[in-house]
Ligand binder design. Structure first.
Ligand code: ZN
Length: 206
């Protein structure tokens, strides 16, 4: 309960409580920290949040977080636009880029299928992946969609669902899954470069 605080304090605590992983106690601690910080720091925090919302959006092609739409990966002529690596979160792009061995483009789902948490296909960015796949399938040059979700239960379920949808719509399209060089049950976010490189290299056709 936050009612014993002055109204502006309660309001900030309520807003902070909406952040992932922040409970009432943490929200109170953060709010008091802001209260005790300098006017300058508090204003810089508010300004950074405002600027983030004003200048960043999702790329309309790959759903990556970007300040230009389409993003720089989607418009880069030196990258293979016919090779799409499908990822769970925008932060996974940095993980793949670190390997320096991948020259295709990306598609960010913004989550994984999770029926228990009410996340179905409609909650993920799958529709525009199917649109991209249709465009690839319409041309005769070789193309490939790599499913690079984490080898967790939810990641596997998501990969299987997408592979099924893609195969059904475009039987000739190459669909691959990264190898299990990434330890089963772990998040690709925490895998090292060598492991990721190996997982990408030894990907298997679905
Ligand atoms: Zn993009």
């Amino acid at each position: 309960m936050t009612t014993r605080f002055a109204e502006p304090m309660s309001r900030l605590i309520e807003e902070l409580r909406k952040l992932p992983g922040i409970g009432t106690k943490s929200a109170q601690r953060l709010a008091f920290h802001v209260l005790r910080s300098s006017d300058e720091d508090a204003r810089a925090l508010a300004h950074a949040i405002e600027q983030l919302k004003r200048h960043l959006r999702l790329c309309s092609i790959c759903n990556n977080i970007t300040d230009v739409d389409p993003c720089t990966y989607c418009t880069n002529p030196t990258r293979n636009q016919r090779l799409i690596c499908v990822l769970e979160e925008p932060t996974n792009i940095a993980t793949i880029e670190k390997t320096r061995g991948y020259n295709g483009v990306y598609h960010v789902l913004h989550g994984t299928l999770s029926p228990v948490n009410g996340v179905g296909p409609e909650q993920l960015r799958i529709a525009n992946l199917l649109t991209r796949a249709a465009a690839l399938a319409a041309e005769s040059e070789p193309s490939e969609i790599i499913l690079a979700m984490s080898p967790t239960t939810e990641g596997e379920a998501t990969a299987n669902y997408i592979a099924h949808e893609l195969h059904r719509a475009h039987p000739a399209l190459a669909i691959t899954r990264i190898a299990t060089g990434v330890p089963a049950g772990s998040d690709i976010e925490y895998a090292d470069e060598v492991t990721i490189s190996r997982a990408m290299e030894h990907r298997r056709t679905l």
